[in-house]
Design a protein around this ligand. Structure first.
Ligand SMILES: Cc1cc2nc3c(=O)[nH]c(=O)nc-3n(C[C@H](O)[C@H](O)[C@H](O)COP(=O)(O)OP(=O)(O)OC[C@H]3O[C@@H](n4cnc5c(N)ncnc54)[C@H](O)[C@@H]3O)c2cc1C
Ligand code: FES
Length: 260
């Protein structure tokens, strides 16, 4: 596992993607360690006086040649709102790389990546890093409506993209678990990976378990320290109560004591 460290970055880009999502690129002076899909940074929101604790954000992309990490920020509360407003040239402190990433697929696997809300970032990073041919990577993204989805047309080179929206304004109407790829083609996949709201991950996990398909989920439990000290991110598992920040955020569904 790579060593975690506190590092100062400079914001080199902050692009508003839609009403609630921003893409932020941060540059380090020093070389970046290898970062796995599913790993995250714990970011100091120091320019917000009311926020004392760092906030966790998944790594979305890594440009090793230029020492740049990208994150996707969905505004939820004060911390994410302040981060989404950060200016180019500002400094940003982050503890990274944190957590354990996804089990990488085998070279002949066909995989389904399911993302909802802030869970989009690790799914797209995994699609890019999987090394699989695009026909073997299906990316299924769910949101309330078209305006909540971000433009990910660049990712067509890494996989087939499917959308679902609650109101039917983009892709198929309904939840990701009601999408035709999930309903009718699940048996074609060797591995399923998911990140998003708990209800979505539990619905995905229930079906994957019934059909005995390998499935990993990336949990977004509330966190504080990000490195196993405060115990605020505990998840009950078959290995006991584990810190999501150090033993996760990625777990195989068979390890989780979810009532699914
Ligand atoms: C491992 C990990 C990776 C993450 N990756 C991303 C990412 O790539 N992009 C992204 O936009 N967000 C991501 N998140 C979620 C992000 O950390 C939270 O949205 C952020 O911390 C909220 O801080 P805030 O100050 O804006 O909200 P707060 O003011 O702290 O909270 C606002 C409201 O949101 C709720 N809330 C806060 N955090 C979470 C959470 N983790 N899950 C559900 N509800 C929450 C609070 O209970 C409260 O009701 C990730 C979380 C984890 C644990
Ligand atoms: S966030 Fe402190 S132990 Fe996990």
């Amino acid at each position: 596992m790579n060593k975690k460290e506190v590092r100062e970055f400079i914001v080199v880009e902050n692009k508003r993607l839609n009403k609630t999502n921003s893409l932020i690129r941060i540059k380090s002076q020093a070389e970046l360690p290898k970062i796995m899909p599913g790993q995250f940074l714990n970011i100091d929101i120091s320019n917000c006086k009311e926020i004392f604790l760092r906030r966790p954000f998944s790594v979305f992309e890594v440009d090793y040649a230029n020492n740049i990490i990208s994150i996707l920020v969905k505004v939820l509360g004060r911390g994410s709102a302040t981060l989404a407003d950060i200016g180019t040239g500002e400094k940003l402190s982050a503890v990274f790389p944190l957590g354990k990433g996804f089990t990488m697929p085998d070279s002949n696997d066909k995989i389904l990546l399911i993302g909802g809300g802030s869970g989009t970032a690790p799914m797209l990073f995994l699609a890019k890093e999987s090394g699989l041919t695009p026909e073997n990577v299906h990316i299924l993204l769910g949101a309330r409506s078209e305006n909540d989805h971000i433009d990910i047309s660049d990712y067509q080179q890494y996989g087939l993209i499917h959308y679902s929206t609650d109101d039917g304004s983009l892709g198929e109407k309904g939840f990701v678990t009601q999408h035709s790829v999930f309903q009718h083609n699940l048996k074609n996949f060797d591995k399923i990976y998911a990140c998003g709201p708990d209800a979505m991950m539990k619905a995905v996990a229930k079906v994957a378990k019934e059909k005995n398909i390998f499935c990993e989920v990336s949990l977004e439990n509330l966190m504080a320290c990000g490195f196993g000290v405060c115990l605020c991110c505990i998840e009950p598992t078959t290995r006991g109560n584990l810190c999501v920040c150090t033993e996760g955020p990625v777990f195989n569904i068979n390890e989780l004591k979810w009532q699914i």
